[in-house]
Design a binder for this molecule. Sequence first.
Ligand SMILES: [Zn+2]
Length: 202
Amino acid sequence: MTVQDAPAPADLAATDDIGWAVRLLAATPTHEHRDPELLRRWARAADAYGAALAPVECTARIVESDGGLALGLLARYTSRPPTVELFTDTIGLAERVVDARGWRAWYPPGSIRAAALAHEAVHVHLHHGPGRTALKRALGHSALRLGRLRVPGHVAGAEEVAAHAHARTVCGLGRSPLLLTAALAAETETAPPPAPDARREN
Ligand SMILES: [Zn+2]
């Protein structure tokens, strides 16, 4: 779950959750020249997939630390060994941003930590199970066709959109955590960019 991207318009909440998902995809390498309508279709499909996913228990080890603001991260999943890191400094800033923007009805107290866990649990789930193929099928992007056989292709960023939609749904949030990551980016945009390797599997 990255603190990220995109120059922020004044009223971030005026862009709906699918709109933020489209921005996330558009800012993801390999999508620079994609048709915006295709990106919107993928955003909707990934959002619907994540929202419909049954709650997944986080089977990874959970560790909490600060240092997330320096990395530009709220939480991240690393696979060897399976570990979810929650960054308490970024979560604390997110809680303050929710109050400052008057978004408490959308993100109740404590929901940011819960959302981060739900989000990372999707990465764990997709990393270890057949879910990744199911997500590819839901997106309907074909990497190649072999006669009548279509091989589902990878859509960069789609897993991230699905994880946010899942967190929104299972935590009962009024808006996607994606909106919150945009607000965090606006707060921290004077901070140095995160280290390149910090963005992997987040
Ligand atoms: Zn993520």
